[in-house]
Design a protein around this ligand. Sequence first.
Ligand code: UDP
Length: 378
Amino acid sequence: MRIFFLDQSGKPGGAELCLIDIAKPYSHRALVGLFADGQFKDLLQQNHIPVEVLATQTIQVRKESSLAQGLKSLKQLAPLITKVIKKAREYDLIYANTQKALVVGAFASFFSRRPLVYHLHDILSTEHFSQTNLRIAINLANRCASLVIANSQASKTAFIQAGGRSDIVEVVYNGFDPKIYQTDESDINQLQQLGLQGKFVVGHFSRLAPWKGQHILIDALAKCPPEVTVILVGDALFGEQDYVKQLHQQVADLGLENRVKFLGFRSDIPQLMAACNLVAHTSTSPEPFGRVIVEAMLCGKPVVAAKAGGVMELVEHGLNGFLVAPGEPQELAQVIITCLQETEITATIANNARTTASRRFDVATINQQIAQLLSHRF
Ligand code: UDP
């Protein structure tokens, strides 16, 4: 099957990293069309997946944009849509991986008469999107997509609650190659320059954005014993520079300069996770899936995560991780202290997590599920 994948981002967020795994088995006859240049393109190339940047200027519309802003951007989208329609005729299927890709893909599907698949990596609710954007996404998916792949039950439920058709939506979790997450001592030793020896390291792996809740972890850290140290791995991918400033200010105000390290965007996630004693996920709004949680489990690290959205499909409190109420630093601090003190129970929980995550989220099985869905419908 020849697949034309579309993604709006030049930057490697969770949806983009997931797309690399999905596109790989089709790479000899596929193309990934991007609406922006950037590091994601390099990653696709490194994985030998054909890629082309199709847009020459940034599309201005954002998740929270109004109808007027959206209409203005349609004019801007016209040359891109024309290009995509032309290319789509060389493929059997259009696979839209993001919201703007859905908009462009819907037009292309109509004019090129190629079926459209929409991979939904978001919880479509007003917490994350403007009413206008929500309505556009639901209407286009309902009318133009033959299949919607939701990345969790939570994303599927939100889609249906917002008016999406239940007969076209299927849940497929993100897949991971467990081998990538097996690290050894030498990997960790390479990180010596970070000065983490003898510390209890809590890692947070996410782009820096207010709803990802790094500020909650910093508040929790202030309530923990001095050997607890935090590494914040990730960058402000979508212009959240004010939040980055706020985080630095918060660290300074709490006198935690020596206990919080900002590492920026990194490509050695398994190695960094291996250097952690605990991985924290602190999103203040429901997380659609939460790749970092599964990655930590595969690294054999205990995870504490914010109890909402797709996270509740990944973590069972006390069995394969810990759940805390979103936005509650006191509760988070309590779990950090428990993990610091109860090392044996915590290690058992982390081992359970590794075993079940390797089984549930193996990329080979997940890719089979996608292949089956595509071959049954198209
Ligand atoms: N990630 C990364 N480098 C970083 C920070 C994060 O490669 O510096 C990866 C992380 O390992 C995960 C993804 O980015 O695979 C984030 O996915 P998640 O589902 O957790 O959040 P999203 O970005 O989709 O909201």
